[in-house]
Ligand binder design. Structure first.
Ligand code: BES
Ligand code: ZN
Ligand code: ZN
Length: 496
């Protein structure tokens, strides 16, 4: 069930709820909210500040039960650091923290005050996203300890009733984007024995039917007919047949208007194929479908938000396995574009399936193309687990992309596509080989993909380092990375 989100025009201290959350800033003891909180509680906040127990540092949290002269049963002081440093990303994280804090407790209805920052629509949207995202936990397979109570309703205090409608719209947008992020997380968390290409296609069909997206699913004979030899070569080693899933949202006035095309790598399990991976960490390769899941979830959000654009999502889905039928290192395959590829390493499979998906996408006369993939370990070496790699052949699109990523609170770093890198993929037997040497592995992968985009404005996201939360943190499993940035980008581009 969806979380209920609303705007309240009464003062925070008069709202009857389980907990009222006050977002307070560092070095701002005399701020409006601080003063009113201090007054309500008979000087308690000043006392806590004087004793050093409360500073307002980012992430500080203090729960006061049965606060004097306040209707809520609990008052939650939530530090957001310096006001000037507090952006949407920080507010989102703070809301995740609040949901975590009260998971399993009897706190179901909350109110939030102090969230208003420079761009209040974006701030309240980010808060909504945080509350929804914080509510998800990968516990579908647990047979015990599952029914943990969660926050079900949040009211945001606003002093300005004239803006209530705009703020409610922003809350709804945050709800849709938060739920889409969770959908991607839940799909990525499904293990390889649960999700294979056919199952992913079924999931996509059920999502499409419920949300009014058009869907077309290509099976292996259909892909054979299209000449998708690169994708099919990867699929050969698996007993699970491949699928190409195509989702369409017609939001523009003209159904024929060039669409924004989103393409996601959907390797439901990447064993490496005959270039078999070592067993250490291989279990993580169930998440090699994270790009496809992000695109599927983004398409659902695009439809729920009724974006006035045409948007197409393409999910090439395969399982990469070794077997007697598997492709061999050294094989030469013919891609749908007609370009021949020497497959020197069967573990560089993502670029093979994307090559055919991208060529297929060119038929749709795209306004722009974005592909997202857990593509290279080299990108993890370059950027770690903080930022995804961004490659683009079009500066204007890249600029829009970074605007979108700011709104989404997802981090990227642009990496180069210089022509000099292309020669590392020269093959003496085919048009191109699928791997270079160790050097610049994320870049050569991107150069490989570039062969198949033509002059379509294009962005490639290498999300290999950011698909899963890292161990040790409070967050576990898949991140749902990329969903929100893609939806925000599709909202911004091309300029209306
Ligand atoms: N799915 C992997 C990339 C990956 C690695 C994702 C680590 C997440 C974490 C991809 O298919 C792969 O195996 N790439 C190879 C390419 C190499 C053979 C050129 C890699 O990065 O080692
Ligand atoms: Zn691989
Ligand atoms: Zn892979």
């Amino acid at each position: 069930m969806s979380m209920e989100l609303g705007v309240a025009d009464s003062s925070w201290h008069r709202l009857d709820c389980d907990a009222v959350v006050l977002i307070l800033y560092r070095e701002e003891e005399s701020g409006r909210l601080n003063r009113s909180a201090d007054e309500r509680m008979d000087g308690l906040l000043a006392e806590l500040t004087a004793s050093g127990e409360w500073t307002g540092a980012n992430g500080d949290i203090l729960v006061i039960h049965r606060p004097a002269d306040v209707s809520a049963r609990r008052l939650v002081l939530l530090g957001a650091g310096r006001r000037g440093d507090c952006d949407g990303a920080r507010l989102r994280d703070r809301m995740v923290q609040v949901v975590r804090k009260f998971r399993g407790s009897d706190v179901v209805r909350i109110a939030v005050a102090g969230w208003e920052a420079a761009d209040s629509a974006l701030s309240i949207q980010a808060c909504a996203e945080g509350l929804v995202i914080g509510s998800y936990g990968p516990d579908e397979y647990k047979t015990r300890d599952r029914s943990r109570t969660k926050i079900g309703q949040a009211l945001f205090c606003s002093a300005d009733p004239a803006r209530a409608t705009g703020l409610q719209d922003a809350l709804n947008r945050g709800l849709v984007l938060g739920e889409a992020t969770n959908l991607a997380r839940s799909l990525v968390n499904q293990p390889g024995n649960r999700i294979n290409p056919a199952r992913l296609a079924e999931e996509a069909r059920s999502i499409a039917e419920k949300s009014g997206l058009q869907i077309e699913i290509l099976d292996e004979p259909a892909m054979e007919y299209e000449g998708m030899g690169a994708l099919l070569a990867v699929a050969r080693g698996s007993d699970e047949p491949a699928r190409m899933i195509v989702l369409k949202h017609f939001g523009a006035e003209d159904d024929g208007a060039p669409p924004v095309v989103l393409i996601g790598k959907g390797v439901t399990f990447d064993s490496g194929g005959l270039s078999l991976k070592t067993s250490q960490g291989m279990e993580e390769m169930k998440a090699d479908k994270a790009g496809a899941c992000a695109v599927l979830a983004a398409m659902k959000a695009v439809s729920r938000l009724r974006l006035r654009r045409n948007v197409v999502g393409i999910l090439p889905a395969v399982e990469n396995m070794p077997s007697g039928r598997a492709q061999r290192p050294g094989d030469v395959v013919r891609s749908m574009s007609g370009k021949t590829i020497e497959v020197l390493n069967t573990d560089a499979e993502g670029r093979l399936i994307l090559a055919d998906a991208m060529h297929y996408a060119r038929r749709l006369n795209p306004a722009c193309m974005v592909d997202i993939a857990t593509l290279t370990g080299a990108c993890v070496i370059a950027l770690g687990h903080v930022r995804a790699g961004l490659f683009s052949n079009d500066d204007r699109l890249a600029e829009r992309f970074f605007e979108a990523s700011e709104r989404a609170g997802e981090k990227f770093w642009r990496l180069p596509l210089d022509d000099e890198y292309r020669s590392l993929l020269d093959s003496h037997i085919a048009d191109i080989k699928n791997v270079g040497k160790r050097a610049a592995g994320a870049v050569t992968a991107a150069k490989f993909l570039q062969e198949f985009v033509g002059d379509t404005p294009w962005c490639h996201i290498d999300m290999a380092g950011v698909d899963m939360f890292q161990e040790g943190g409070a967050n576990q499993g898949a991140t749902g990375f990329g969903v929100r940035t893609m939806v925000e980008l599709a909202s911004l581009y091309p300029d209306p």
